[in-house]
Design a protein around this ligand. Structure first.
Ligand code: GLY
Length: 367
């Protein structure tokens, strides 16, 4: 990128959303700078490196709204091509998902979950416990009921993040780390760039806010122009089987958590959902509850090594539908945030949707 010409687009945030937008905008010929507040290689609390990586619009149908479901189904369909475009280096696994129930109450809840999905035209096949255990022999014998969601898969968010960073740089994007944005500058009602905490001004034709949970900060914007994004804390465990892969193949979801196999002997166990602001602590209670329920369903998890305990902040919004599109209050300001539990899933389409908006080829991302 030329150092004396200001960029067409400044993207605030270098998670999978910000990098995906930057990559796709650069591919459309725009000069793009990405501003990452964390120093090189660090991003405490950011969702991208912590996320489990479930690509699960059908499994998540109970927590979302219809527009989110439609966006999620489009994103899931786009994932195989998206992975291929990134050189299949993102740990995409078409593994399917099992939703599991233990006691009678959980089995009744699972029946309601199946009915809900049928009413939405989604496919989730009821399995006898014996059939579920044939698919996943590590499941405990006291399993009561299961639903097979054959089309909900998984990817590896850390590999996705690295691949998107490489793709963005390859496309000519400049990534500035340690670039903590203090405020968006306004020229009348038009965004004209940003000022960093160290006083540096970055002039840009358009500004994209892709700062995850931090997108709700004031950023120097007038009150009506801000968005209602809040952090929803999640604690997760990263486990490794010293015996290598094979304990589990599919994603498992159950009351209180999930297990996502990476396919190489590593497993992500998650996740708490906590409204505690930006509290970065891993708690004994959080870890206990995650392990209690997971080991109850998959006793073999007991033998795995804990490699990491991590905390991330999902960017939550009141209606769970991401905020993708132009600000109605500030010209040249575009939001790409609020992905909540679905950032990795929606990464397959968010970059193109927002780049289309930046290029003037699309008005709204969620039509
Ligand atoms: N996508 C799963 C979670 O947010 O925990």
């Amino acid at each position: 990128m030329s150092t004396h010409r200001s960029p067409d687009v400044a993207v605030i945030g270098a998670g999978v959303v910000g990098l995906g937008v930057a990559w796709r905008a650069a591919a459309r010929g725009m000069r793009v700078v990405v501003l990452e507040r964390a120093p090189e290689g660090q991003s405490p609390g950011a969702a991208s490196p912590v996320a489990a990586g479930m690509l699960a619009p059908v499994s998540e149908a109970d927590v979302g709204e219809r527009p989110l479901l439609e966006l999620g189904l489009r994103a899931a369909a786009a994932w195989p091509a998206f992975s291929a475009e990134l050189g299949d280096k993102v740990g995409y696994r078409a593994c399917g998902t099992l939703l599991l129930a233990r006691g009678a109450d959980e089995a009744a809840a699972l029946e309601r979950e199946q009915a809900l999905r049928e009413s939405l035209g989604l496919h989730a096949e009821r399995l006898l416990p014996s059939a579920a255990r044939r698919l996943e022999p590590a499941l405990a014998p006291h399993l009561r009921a299961a639903l097979h969601v054959a089309d909900d898969h998984a990817a590896d968010p850390r590999r996705l993040h690295a691949a998107l960073r490489a793709a963005a740089i390859e496309a000519g994007v400049e990534i500035r780390t340690g670039a903590d944005v203090e405020r968006i500058t306004l020229d009348g009602t038009r965004a004209s760039g940003v000022v960093l905490a160290d006083g540096t001004t970055v002039v840009a034709g358009q500004v994209v806010v892709a700062a995850g949970s931090w997108s709700g900060a004031a950023l120097g914007l007038p009150e009506p122009a801000r968005v209602p994004v809040r952090p929803v804390k999640g604690q997760l465990l990263r486990l490794r089987d010293p015996d290598g892969p094979g304990l589990l193949d599919r994603v498992l979801r159950f009351e209180g958590g999930y297990v996502v196999p990476r396919g190489d002997g590593r497993y992500i166990v998650g996740a708490t959902m906590e409204e505690r602001g930006f509290d970065p602590t891993v708690t004994a209670g959080g870890v206990y509850e995650l392990l209690r329920d997971t080991i109850d369903l998959v006793p073999g998890i007991d033998e795995l090594v804990i490699e990491e305990t991590v905390v991330g902040f999902r960017p939550g919004v009141p209606d769970n539908v991401p905020i993708l599109g132009r600000s109605p209050h500030v010209e040249g300001l575009v939001w790409a945030t609020g992905h909540h539990r679905n950032g990795i899933l929606l990464a397959s389409i968010t970059g193109d949707l927002v780049a289309d908006i930046l290029a003037g080829a699309r008005e709204e991302a969620v039509a």
